[in-house]
Design a protein around this ligand. Structure first.
Ligand SMILES: [Zn+2]
Length: 92
């Protein structure tokens, strides 16, 4: 990418709030598209009419709620299921 355009680092620091070409903050966003690991969002500068995509990367997950169960209850349920399977396999 030519030097006169904003670097990725600067763009990220600004939080996708300015055009990488003319640095206008008069920019418009289209709808996000997700492929599982990445999300992309078309962006257009309303001043110089440059277009580009913002890229978002999956970093993990948060606030896991396993139907209100605790970890202990999960393990007990798993153990019960395992014993049940074992009992079934031992039947003639
Ligand atoms: Zn621009």
């Amino acid at each position: 990418m030519p030097e006169e355009y904003m670097s990725d680092e600067e763009y990220i620091t600004l939080g996708s709030s300015a055009c990488p070409v003319c640095r206008s903050t008069n920019i418009g966003y289209d709808s996000l598209d997700c492929d599982g690991k990445y999300m992309s969002q078309p962006v257009e500068c309303e001043d110089c009419h440059s277009t580009w995509y913002d890229i978002y990367k999956l970093e993990g997950y948060a606030d896991l709620d396993v139907h209100g169960k605790t970890r202990e209850a999960e393990l007990q349920a798993l153990e019960a299921w395992r014993l049940e399977r074992l009992a079934m396999q031992q039947q003639p």
